[in-house]
Write a protein that binds this ligand. Sequence first.
Ligand code: SF4
Length: 648
Amino acid sequence: MICFLSVERDLQVIAFEIIEAQLERILPTVQKPGRYAGGELNQVVKDWRAISTHVALVFPDIYDIGMSNLGLAVLYDLLNERPDVWAERAYSPWADMEAAMRAAGVPLYSLESKHALADFDIIGFSLPYETLYTNALNALDLAGIPLFSAERNELHPLIIAGGHTTYNPEPMAAFIDAFVIGEGEEVIQEIVNTQQTWKASGASRHELLRRLSRIWGVYVPSLYNAHYAEDDTFSHIEKLDPDAPLPVTKRIVARMPPPPTRFIVPYIETIHQRVPVEIMRGCTRGCRFCQAGMITRPVRERPVQEIVDAIEHALDSTGFEEVGLLSLSSSDYTHILELVNAVSAHFAGRHLSVALPSLRIESVSVDLMDALKDARRSGFTLAPEAATERMREIINKPVSTRQLLETAHEIYSRGYQTIKLYFMIGHPSETIEDVQAIADLCKAVLAEGRKVIGKRAQVTAGVSNFVPKPHTPFQWVPCDTTEQILAKQALLKQALRGPGLKLNWTPPEDTMLEAWLSRGDRRMGEVIYQAWRLGAKFDAWNEHYRYDIWLAAFRTVGLDPNFYTHRERPIDETFPWEHISTTVRKKFLTEDYLWSLLGKTRIDCRERCFACGILPTFIELRRQNPGEVWQCPEVKTERIQISNFVGD
Ligand code: SF4
């Protein structure tokens, strides 16, 4: 075995030289060759032969998108701190480059060393959204690696995946060896250590998978069987290995580690050319449609000074002129005003733009707007998500229309000309009046703007279609049909006409794909595979997405797409993702769903804990990290008393 591996390594060096030679020839013939060349400022280069573990971090979309993925940047930074590990990057080639690579026999390769991905020990996919699934399959195919986990042997790389979609990993279960559920900073090191020990032992690939399954936050799907009831609903998951965990509990870090600061500086334009700093993780607002808010609990914040120091180092190492202070709800960061003022003061005179996305209407104070005025952009974004107070109570985003209009007035008063308002249609119990109210609210906001800046005021309404997600209080509800969405969009297109108004919407076909995949079960893997075989890839791109291909794939496999989207699930249905524990209890989600039907809201749980389930699971971690580190209450009793935290 060892001898064979060393022969493999020699072959790989030849392959790397061939890849480089072919790229010299290919790159001048494709669009944006800078996507495929590597060599950027701050990329990490090591001696391939001196490294024991090679990790390829793959974002399965084009470089222009993937380079802005903060999760992979964090892992790249952490892994490359280790002298025994070299983490490199790979992205999906655009259609022209893929055709050229396939014609020349060039496999998918890493940007840093130009080694074929098949030469790596571990390939880690980032899967933040479902429309990347076919691209992940395409990347494996382009790398010459068997698509199905069951067809890989000891000489193939270990294929792992992380990102928010892995909270329902079942649709991709056939293709991924091990999923990381939750936060990757610590678990990635444990996966590397386990792979190294396994490699030295000469044990089977199955043994590697067994060992990985023992790591907190790792799900190895091949160690479980999925069973279905006669009515086609999911029945239960069966452990094939008696020691495999059930459920698989998500991984968290008790404290957010210091942020990365040596970001790679691309040669070509990417979606964000800025320093991204995650200021806070998690959200306590409890919006019922929001999967991120449920799965990223508890809220943990970074100290102000740590953020300021990180920005300083990152600006010095990159030359960027913009910083993004990122979180699910940036204005909820406890010290947001102090932070924005500290950044403004510290970097005065350096022409630094500060982007503060994800601002909540009720926590955008006048003081915060004033503090941000130096970072002014052409537009200001607010996300009421629904236009009537009734709907906002159902989705648990209970801000009053009066407050929204007052905030809009203040924004226009500070010189902003455009307010972008984000809404969703298709919330549970939505009526056509609720949809009409979106147009009315946009016009009311525009009227506020006209009072302040006259005809220069503009409103852009971004209206997307609601997709119910696993692990949320709305995981039971049906998604709108194509016909329902089209009728609502027709109303909005008619009503939102006129000077100063602009409407953006999402085609219902795009929504259907997300809806099929997000609440899919393990059988959906065959649909994904058939869709890919029929040519599906870049499903997030309008010019590539083919709805007809997906319908054909469903027909080939014999599954009904409507089963996954438009069916209202009974309250006692078992879901195919229930063996993955976010630690938020199903009982809490059920109660919250039932509350939504009554229009009953929950306040920010930092003001009053609702016993969602986080604390009983992470009781020790919370005890070891007292004070402001978490926004959940401190645990003082020996046995946690759930009743202490339950609301009325
Ligand atoms: S334990 Fe309480 S405070 Fe913490 S996230 Fe859950 S409901 Fe909110």
